[in-house]
Structure formats: structure tokens, C-alpha cells
Design a protein around this ligand. Structure first.
Ligand SMILES: [Zn+2]
Length: 514
């Protein structure tokens, strides 16, 4: 394909080959692989389109991937016979989990202590085959190198990702262009660390021209450097992939509306990629999210691809309209952030992960919201209700995504309010647990009957009109039960809060997990 090769006769000694393999950088030849394509675009953005010796490109990438540690070491200069200082360098965090290349120059004992004879400076080097092979990424016939982790991080666990890169078990051949682009991939990701428990990486993929603009106008203005917590600041995060992805998207979506970080062109680009304006998006946009545990190396736990970003953005826009008008963006963030519980000096964010997973997959988050209310909130000492705006967000989602009848939702919300408030007055939280624990339709109806009798309130007829397939107004009875217990328990908690006048009016908020 793109690359021109030097005659193979030039590589007589493969250990010390004079490598003049040329690589063509352009935005026309997508490999379809998000990692390699991002690296390729990075190189085009840095160097401009054209043909370059592969080793020159690699040298540039290497210098960007190395950083001074701030420590000074000593080496023995044999020419002058003196000890000299040098700045120690290391691979930029967190690429050191993938790039394990070190430099160990020969050493000499001076005054009883060993010193290297030159400053150690790790060097990345390609070793390309003399014969042409097919590149496993782009399909080109070219002299190839066996992919190492530092060129392509996702060969670390071929058992887990064998289906993604099916040749992983037998090694992967990379042509010079893919190899050097792969090495540049590290310079393009957004990443966030959850202490020492998890590392999250995010990469966007589209056609090359759009990634090029996305990197220049959106990713680079957003990305910070020199932090060990990440190169992007998220409103919340945790050890799991979906909760952190949700935070990233909420942040990114907010920049479409207004931004003090992204220039106007970047906002316009983001808007068109997310389908925010009426015009057809220029190319589909996909988000890749990778989560793993950092240890000696990176242990990949989960790898997900999110391709319905348009639909998520539309949902986000609509949510902004239904939550209380004052600072809707912050309200949405608080709504999602709240599904965590402090346990000792940490936060358990499993509910938030499950809820975020469901929303990102357009699945049902309600059972996890219900579990959070009954297993976490109702057991806290001060009985905090859900953040203001949560019910609006959930109701809208139930109507639009889960197709719950709008009138049914109104009935559930109204009755849930009465039920929760009356149960709180009569100190009958047990009734709400009985409702929540109803295992089948009969039990659900029995609990409703019980409620009617014990709290002397009338159950709306709508809720006991059972249709085919145990459905109520077209929704499965279980979903109706779940929605009712959410509204009821939240009203109970709100009523409990209202009765404690000293706290009345406080808006419940908890800081993000740190
Ligand atoms: Zn290739």
C-alpha cells in the first residue's frame, strides 16, 4: 500500500540495520483499528502529510513518551575519568505499564560502587523482516515487525481479547506504518486513574479526517499534562468502566453547549459529530473505553465500544429540559454521581456502575435505582432522599426508552408520593419493603391491598387493571412495582427530612469519589 521500501539487500546485519524504510502519512488510508488510526492521525497532525523515514518518526514519538523523573543519577565518563550527573528519564505515566523497554549501559566499579558508562536512555527500535508479510492491521504487504506491547498495547491478554484480534495468540505482524502509528497511540488517549485500583483509557474513533480535527480541536484542549490522576478532569469517577464513561460523556456533552476549554470550531465539530444540529453527522463516532488494574503491568478488565453516542446526546439534551431549571448540567451530574455509598474511607460505587451501564446500553436502570434506595439510602442514619431532579430524569427515561405509558407514570408518581408520605407519618417503612420485595403479581396486589387497609389510602384503579401477560397499562407488572417503590421510598425519605426542621431545605450532595 502506502510505504516504499528500500531494497532488502541493504539489511545485511539485522541487529544494526541502517533503516531507511519510508512511511507515508496521510488521512486517506484508514486501518479501521481505533488505536492505530489515532496514532496515525497524531503523526499527521504533528508532521504534516508526507513520506518520512520510519526511524525519524519513531525518534520523535520516543522523545514525547520519555520524561525526566526529576532525579539525578551519576555515570562514569571514561574519557575524562570523572563521575558526571545526568537527569534520569522514564516513560510518561501511565505508558510505563505498556512500554517496558529499558536501557542498561555497561557498568564499571569506581571507588567500590558501580556506575554506568553512559546515561541510560531507553530506546525504542523496530526490527523489520527482510521478506514481505501481510500486516495484520491494515493488510499491506510489507516488511513487518512482530508487534510488541509498546507498539500495540492490546495484545497483553490474548485469551481475553482473542476475538478482537484473533491473531493475537500467534503474534501480530505490523507494517512500518502501523508499527510507528501504534507507538504514537499513547499520545492520543484520555485517561483517568482511580487511585491505585483502576486505570481507564478512552479513545474516539471515526474517519481519519474527523479524528484529526477531534484531536486538534477537542481532545488536546481538554487534556492536561503532568498529573498522575489523569489527563482529564471528570465530575466523578470510580473503579468501574461504565460510571467513569458516563462522567466523561456528561462532561463532553456539556462542552457542546458552552466551553471555556474548547474553541468554537471544536464545539461545532463536536456538535456535528454528536448529531446536535439537524444536519447528518459527517461520520459515525465511536468511543472505546478500556479499564484495568495497574500493577507491575496493566491487567485489562473490560473493553467496551460505545457507538450510540448520538442517541445518548439526544437523551442528555432532553434531560436538561426536564430537570429543575437552575444549572441543569450540574443537576444531571449530581443525579448520576449520587449513586454511591461511603464504606469506611472509600466509596462503594457499584450502584452507579450498574445504573450507568444500563443507561449507556439503553437498558433498564430502575432495578438498580430501587436497590440503591432500599439497600443504601434507607439504611443511612439521616435518610437522605434522591437528589432533586432524579425522579424527572428517571421518569423521562422510563417514558422514552422503556416506553412506559405517560399517564401510568403520572399515576405512579402521584400515588407513590401519597404512599411514601403516609407511610412516613405512620412510621410504616416495612410496608415499602414489602412492596419492594413482592416476588410475583399476586404478592404485589396483596401488598397494595395491605397498604390500602393499613394506611387508609386508595390505590388507583389503574394499578390493578391487569392486562395480558401480567402487564399494567402495557408495562410489565414488575417495572410498575419498581417505579412505585422508587417514588414511594423517595417520598418517604423526603417526608422524613421535612420533619427534621433543622435540616429542612438542605440539598443532599456528596463529593465525588476521590
Ligand atoms: Zn499496517
Amino acid at each position: 500500500m502506502a510505504q516504499k521500501r528500500a531494497p532488502s539487500g541493504q539489511f545485511k546485519n539485522p541487529q544494526k540495520q541502517v533503516n531507511i524504510i519510508q512511511v507515508q502519512l496521510d488521512l486517506r488510508h484508514s486501518t479501521g483499528n481505533f488505536w492505530i488510526d489515532n496514532g496515525l492521525v497524531y503523526l499527521v497532525n504533528e508532521l504534516g502529510q508526507g513520506t518520512y523515514p520510519v526511524d525519524n518518526i519513531l525518534a520523535l514519538v520516543q522523545e514525547r513518551l520519555l520524561q525526566k523523573t526529576g532525579n539525578v543519577g551519576q555515570y562514569f565518563d571514561e574519557v575524562t575519568g570523572e563521575l558526571k550527573n545526568y537527569d534520569k528519564v522514564t516513560w510518561v505515566y501511565p505508558t510505563g505499564f505498556f512500554i517496558k523497554v529499558v536501557d542498561a549501559p555497561p557498568k564499571k566499579k569506581v571507588n567500590g560502587k558501580e556506575y554506568p558508562l553512559s546515561p541510560p536512555h531507553p530506546r525504542l527500535e523496530f526490527l523489520f523482516s527482510k521478506t514481505k508479510k501481510q500486516c495484520n492491521i491494515c493488510g499491506a504487504q510489507a516488511s513487518a515487525t512482530d508487534a510488541k506491547m509498546w507498539m500495540f498495547p492490546f495484545i497483553v491478554a490474548p485469551d481475553k481479547f482473542g476475538s478482537f484480534y484473533s491473531r493475537g495468540k500467534r503474534g501480530i505482524n505490523l507494517c512500518p506504518r502501523c508499527a510507528v502509528a501504534g507507538t504514537a497511540g499513547y499520545l492520543t488517549w484520555l485517561w483517568v486513574a482511580q487511585g491505585r485500583t483502576a486505570l481507564h483509557f478512552f479513545l474516539f474513533h471515526s474517519d481519519l479526517a474527523e479524528i484529526s480535527r477531534l484531536q486538534k480541536e477537542v481532545i488536546q484542549p481538554l487534556a492536561l499534562s503532568g498529573s498522575r490522576g489523569g489527563n482529564i478532569v471528570l465530575p466523578f469517577y470510580g473503579p468501574y468502566l461504565h460510571e467513569t464513561t458516563m462522567a466523561l460523556l456528561l462532561k463532553l456533552f456539556a462542552h457542546v453547549q458552552s466551553s471555556d476549554q474548547i474553541p468554537e470550531e471544536g464545539r461545532m465539530l463536536l456538535a456535528s459529530l454528536l448529531g446536535a444540529d439537524e444536519t447528518l453527522p459527517p461520520a459515525p463516532l465511536t468511543l472505546y473505553a478500556i479499564t484495568g488494574n495497574p500493577g507491575q503491568a496493566f491487567n485489562m478488565q473490560l473493553f467496551r465500544e460505545f457507538s450510540r453516542l448520538h442517541a445518548l446526546y439526544r437523551l442528555y439534551q432532553d434531560w436538561l429540559e426536564v430537570v429543575p431549571a437552575e444549572n441543569p448540567q450540574q443537576t444531571l451530574i449530581n443525579v448520576f454521581r449520587q449513586f454511591q455509598v461511603r464504606e469506611g474511607n472509600q466509596y462503594n460505587t457499584l450502584w452507579r456502575e450498574k445504573i450507568s451501564w444500563a443507561v449507556l446500553e439503553f437498558d433498564d436502570p430502575l432495578p438498580s435505582v430501587e436497590a440503591f434506595l432500599f439497600e443504601a439510602r434507607a439504611k443511612e442514619k439521616n435518610l437522605p432522599p434522591l437528589f432533586q431532579g432524579t425522579e424527572a430524569v428517571l421518569s423521562y427515561y422510563a417514558k422514552e426508552v422503556l416506553h412506559v405509558d405517560e399517564n401510568l407514570l403520572k399515576v405512579l408518581k402521584g400515588f407513590g408520593y401519597t404512599l411514601g408520605t403516609e407511610a412516613q407519618k405512620s412510621n410504616e417503612m416495612g410496608l415499602l419493603y414489602a412492596l419492594r420485595n413482592a416476588k410475583n403479581l399476586e404478592e404485589f396486589l396483596r401488598v397494595l391491598n395491605d397498604i390500602q387497609f393499613r394506611l387508609e389510602i386508595t390505590v388507583p384503579e389503574r394499578l390493578v387493571e391487569i392486562g395480558q401477560g401480567e402487564r399494567i397499562a402495557g408495562s410489565p407488572w414488575l417495572r410498575v412495582k419498581t417505579l412505585l417503590s422508587i417514588y414511594a421510598m423517595n417520598s418517604y425519605l423526603r417526608a422524613a427530612r421535612g420533619s427534621r426542621t433543622e435540616e429542612g431545605g438542605n440539598v443532599y450532595e456528596q463529593p465525588a469519589t476521590e
